[in-house]
Design a protein around this ligand. Structure first.
Ligand code: SF4
Length: 237
């Protein structure tokens, strides 16, 4: 069986390795599909649903759906743009995202997607949930107001024995991210920094670090999210 799969995204012929997920294959073909939970090299979970595409007319998460021969993928459509915008708006109203005084501002993928989608006012009412900020860890602040439950930290941050350091605790709308108390000592400065870097929002902030890179000179202050694909493609969503 050939290792190469031929498929299309919005009518453009693409090639991918057999078994590659649509989102990764799209990137390999210079096509941007937005995501908040996907992380290269880490097993995808399809948590955020921002990367929803239509596969042969059916809604699927592109980060967890492998390409198949002859597959027809819709990505850059008004319907999908509005669906993605709606999810980003829901995330904004579901938590408390005060961008002007967030250390992640300018490096925040949620904020960057809101700019990309030209979101001015969410279509849903703000919930203003009552959530805590935890600062008991020696090197990390957890701001539950900003967590979008993407599971990146759970999937990507491991101790030396490969055990997850982060996990969810509680259930339903009360679920929050937690550091496993038994192995919290494994969360050294390097891992705390990594956790802050991979968190798409400002929910994990390494202590004693603020404004090292000034506002205005951060990642998405320079270029919009997805810019690297926009300059090599005519895709704009
Ligand atoms: S703390 Fe950050 S990385 Fe972890 S689940 Fe929440 S938003 Fe995702």
């Amino acid at each position: 069986m050939s290792k190469v799969v031929n498929f299309s995204i919005d009518g453009k012929n693409c090639m991918a390795e057999r078994g590659q997920y649509i989102l990764d294959a799209a990137r390999a073909n210079n096509i941007y599909i937005p995501t908040l939970c996907n992380l290269p090299g880490v097993k995808p979970r399809g948590s955020c649903r921002i990367c929803n595409v239509k596969v042969n007319g059916k809604l699927m998460t592109s980060c967890t759906t492998p390409v198949a021969e002859g597959m027809q993928v819709e990505n850059n459509t008004e319907e999908l743009l509005d669906l993605r915008k709606a999810i980003v708006e829901l995330l904004f109203v579901e938590g408390n995202h005060y961008c002007p005084f967030c250390e992640k501002s300018g490096n925040c993928e949620l904020q960057a997607l809101a700019y990309r989608f030209n979101i001015m006012v969410p279509r849903y009412p703000y919930q203003f949930p009552d959530r805590d900020i935890e600062a008991s860890s020696k090197n990390l602040i957890k701001d539950h107001n900003r967590c979008i439950l993407c599971k990146r930290c759970i999937r990507a941050i491991k101790d030396e024995e490969g055990r997850n350091i982060f996990a969810f605790k509680r259930r339903g709308h009360k679920v929050v991210i937690n550091v496993d108390s038994k192995i919290s000592g494994s969360l050294n400065d390097e891992l705390a920094q990594k956790a802050m870097d991979i968190c798409p929002v400002g929910a994990l902030i390494k202590k004693e670090q603020g404004f090292i890179i000034p506002i205005g000179k951060r990642t998405y202050d320079k270029h919009p999210i997805g810019y690297e694909f926009d300059v090599t493609s005519t895709e704009t969503l």
